[in-house]
Design a protein around this ligand. Structure first.
Ligand SMILES: Cc1cc2nc3c(=O)[nH]c(=O)nc-3n(C[C@H](O)[C@H](O)[C@H](O)COP(=O)(O)OP(=O)(O)OC[C@H]3O[C@@H](n4cnc5c(N)ncnc54)[C@H](O)[C@@H]3O)c2cc1C
Length: 392
């Protein structure tokens, strides 16, 4: 029963967020301050100030500090995702949302005050530093290839290495850095900017909704106090998993919202535009694309809800979130692609947000685990379950 009350509250918040995104944020999609590396700091601050006034800033964390259930969060984040700018505007975007979740779970009271509070208040952004340049053989799909190292120096630690694809590093005020400590990995919390952390370049990528873009970063003899270790030393890989299962799922939630919007735009076009003497939707080729989209949107929503329920039960949900991430990211790509196709030439222009959504969901098949890595771990678990004890 308590769960149902929580869901009702989440549905009310989702309705508020949807109204806000549709009326106040969608108009910003034409704002010149939204560039190739995401919305500018000024634009983010302006949108967040509106969200604060409307009472929808950080809507998944309640005023008493409690977090909506994962199932409730799904409703709210889908509403935020109706515009690619919506999640940033209401402060449920990646990587901040996942970082807030992790800090809420693992950080000490003192660390929460220093690093989590500014994020929940929507006054700071954060970055998660795990991936390293492929050209140097660093961590990518395989985090155990981590090359960034941390060594003890008295009561402090000294961290050195290079990181790549660090979303939002440019402009972030809070960083969570993964570094190798002996055979294990440890997470370090840092305030940014820091003179020992240099942004080498911001990559030009296919997507463009995340503030600060994705950066290559040099960490050069960064001194961190032991009190800034997140959780226990050597437990970094474990905490990354705590963050990753729900973070994968929240990407699914936000991009599901974006694809619903793409479907609305494609539908509006197909029910008005004529070719060969009839409306596009009355041509079976177009009608069936819209129908397939509707089926896959529904499947995606159900799968997210199922996985969110698993996480709400307290289970880690590692395999379930892998399955959901593969199924949803690949379905959303097909949906966005069909929407582009239905819109004809207009589909590949920036006259609608559909081409942006298409580019965003393409990148989503790679980050937070490429599809192949998830399929590979599923195959390993299928093998383990199928073999009898003693067989290998
Ligand atoms: C837009 C974007 C934002 C990102 N943001 C962040 C961030 O904020 N912080 C961060 O730390 N990282 C971030 N990343 C990095 C992301 O997590 C990595 O790109 C991802 O883990 C893959 O690593 P890689 O790029 O090194 O690819 P590689 O590890 O080189 O893999 C390349 C390809 O090999 C295949 N492959 C790999 N392993 C297997 C396997 N076991 N079986 C079959 N095929 C396999 C897959 O097809 C994969 O796509 C981001 C990436 C992108 C694109």
């Amino acid at each position: 029963m308590a769960h149902e009350v929580g869901l009702e509250q989440a549905l009310r918040i989702a309705a508020q967020v949807e109204r806000f995104v549709r009326t106040e944020i969608i108009p910003y999609e034409r704002d010149e301050r939204w560039g190739a590396h995401g919305p500018s700091t000024g634009l983010v601050e302006e949108m967040r100030s509106r969200a604060r006034t409307a009472g929808v800033l950080t809507p998944h964390i309640l005023s008493d500090g409690s977090h909506l259930t994962h199932r409730g969060t799904a409703r709210v984040l889908q509403a935020a995702g109706l515009s690619p700018l919506g999640p940033v505007a209401v402060n449920v975007a990646a990587p901040d949302e996942g970082n807030m979740f992790l800090l809420g779970r693992i950080a000490t009271a003192e660390q929460k005050e220093r690093f989590l509070r500014p994020l929940v208040d929507g006054r700071a952004r954060s970055a998660f530093f795990m991936t390293e340049p492929a050209t140097e053989g660093g961590a990518g799909s395989d985090p155990s290839m981590l090359k960034t190292v941390a060594r003890r120096d008295g009561a402090d630690w000294i961290v050195s290495g290079r990181k790549a694809f660090i979303t939002g590093a440019d402009g972030a005020r809070v960083g969570i850095i993964m570094a190798r400590t002996d055979a294990h990995a440890t997470l370090f919390l840092v305030e940014l900017p820091n003179s020992a952390i240099r942004i080498e370049r911001v990559l030009d990528t296919i997507d463009g909704s995340m503030p600060g873009g994705h950066a290559v970063v040099v960490i050069d003899e960064l001194r961190v106090a032991a009190s800034q270790i997140l959780g226990a030393p050597g437990e970094g890989f474990k905490y990354a998993q705590v963050r990753l299962a729900p973070a994968r799922l929240t990407h699914c939630m936000r991009w599901l919202g974006a694809c619903r919007r793409a479907q609305e735009i494609a539908t509006a076009y197909a029910v008005r535009r004529e070719a060969f003497g009839k409306l596009l939707i009355d041509h079976e080729g177009v009608g069936f694309m819209l129908a397939d989209n509707q089926i896959e949107l529904q499947q995606a929503e159900l799968m997210i809800d199922w996985c969110a329920g698993v996480l709400d039960s307290g289970a880690p949900g590692t395999l379930q979130s892998s399955m959901t991430k593969v199924a949803v990211s690949e379905a959303l790509f097909r949906i966005a692609d069909r929407c582009v196709q239905i819109l004809g030439g207009t589909g590949v222009t920036r006259d609608t947000v559909v081409e942006q959504v298409f580019r965003e969901v393409r990148a989503f098949r790679i980050y937070d685990g490429p599809s192949e890595v998830h399929r590979w771990s599923l195959a390993k678990s299928i093998k383990r379950a199928a073999l009898k004890p003693g067989e290998s």
